[in-house]
Design a protein around this ligand. Structure first.
Ligand code: UT7
Length: 323
């Protein structure tokens, strides 16, 4: 018998304030038509003044706990993926630990930008398989609009704030291998960091900085790297894209989702698309899309889910799991 990790519940939260494409067209030279045609995005949510990443993360996590039928005190691990922490330190996960009142255990952040949720999931799953923790919250949460240069039309139309979470439980398992969290493939390439980065930081400028991106170059790498990661997880498990019930990708650009789905032969009706409603929420986008799939009744217990992401670093990856 070996330990295996299962997803017991999902939750998500979007800040109340909505910024539409029309609102942005009043701020920079852009149009609703351009944004929708090139990205699929219709609107994004923006955190209220004083609303922090830990607030968003805690709300998403509380909903995931409710869905799992668990209390905060049941949780002994929080892994939070974020690029926009409340403070340089301590980890935002510890603020979530305090806000929710989770049980004694560990809470820490993972930084892999848009791929952060997949890195956090792989980290939590690995620790739990070793038997170090038994019930975890894995969260992706961002106040990404706080690092946006609102005069740069090439980036300001693309991002939004939000959070999503899953509750994991680790159990002794002697059932089939393709149950619960099945496998992960995560990679980075630090030589491409100049194509997507923030022009500030604690040890470089002493400032927070703003997002800078060469969008069309990132786009090309995204389709290639994501497809390679997905092929790696499929090859490892012997599963094929035809076995996938739902494709829950990182939500950066509808054209990237379509491109990857086409390359992998995944039909449009199996692809969960939420980028239209909340733009790119970085580490939050996969758990937001997953929660949407569950709460709309699309993804059901037992369904095989394929997730992928690509972001700054470059970082990228794919995960396969059954609900
Ligand atoms: O999750 C992290 C990973 N990030 C991504 O995956 C983002 C990847 N990249 C993209 O999604 C796309 O590259 C963008 C949506 C950012 C841009 O789309 P594109 O089709 O690659 O356009 P482009 O960058 O090649 O720009 C085409 C034109 C340019 O004008 P010229 O040089 O042809 O005159 C841009 O200046 O579109 C212009 N442009 C805009 N026009 C209106 C760029 N941004 C805007 C805008 N509104 N907001």
């Amino acid at each position: 018998m070996a330990r295996r990790t299962f997803i017991r519940g999902t939750g998500s939260y979007l800040p109340e304030r909505v910024l539409t494409n029309a609102d942005l067209a009043r701020m920079v030279e852009t149009s609703d038509e351009w944004i929708q045609e090139r990205t699929g995005i219709r609107k994004r949510h923006v955190a209220a003044d004083g609303e922090m990443t830990s607030d968003i993360a805690s709300k998403a996590a509380a909903r995931a706990l409710e869905a799992a039928g668990m209390a905060a005190s049941d949780i002994d691990l929080i892994v939070l993926a974020t690029t926009t922490p409340d403070q340089t330190f301590p980890a935002t996960a510890t603020a979530v630990q305090a806000k929710l009142g989770t049980g004694p255990g560990a809470a820490f952040d993972v930084q892999a930008v848009c791929s952060g949720f997949l890195f956090a999931l792989a980290t939590a799953d690995s620790l739990m398989k070793q038997g170090l923790f038994s019930r975890a919250l894995v969260i992706g949460a961002e106040t990404f609009t706080r690092i946006i240069d609102w005069s740069d039309r090439g980036t300001c139309v693309l991002f939004g704030d939000g959070g999503g979470a899953v509750v994991l439980e680790s159990v002794e398992w002697d059932g089939p291998e393709d149950a619960g969290i099945i496998t992960h493939h995560v990679r980075t390439d630090g030589t491409k960091s100049d194509l997507l980065y923030v022009d500030g930081g604690v040890s470089s400028t002493g400032t927070v900085g703003h997002v800078r991106m060469e969008g069309n170059k990132v786009f090309r790498h995204a389709v290639t790297n994501i497809s390679a990661a997905v092929e790696a997880v499929l090859q490892e498990t012997g599963l094929t894209s035809a076995d996938i019930d739902w494709f829950v990708p990182h939500q950066a650009n509808k054209r990237i989702l379509d491109g990857v789905a086409k390359k992998l032969d995944i039909p449009e009706e199996k692809v969960i698309v939420t980028v239209t409603e909340h733009a790119n929420t970085s580490a939050a986008s996969i758990p937001l899309a997953l929660d949407h799939a569950v709460r709309t009744g699309k993804a059901k217990p037992g369904d095989l889910i394929l997730s992928e992401a690509m972001g700054g670093g470059f970082s990228w990856g794919a995960s396969l799991f059954r609900l």
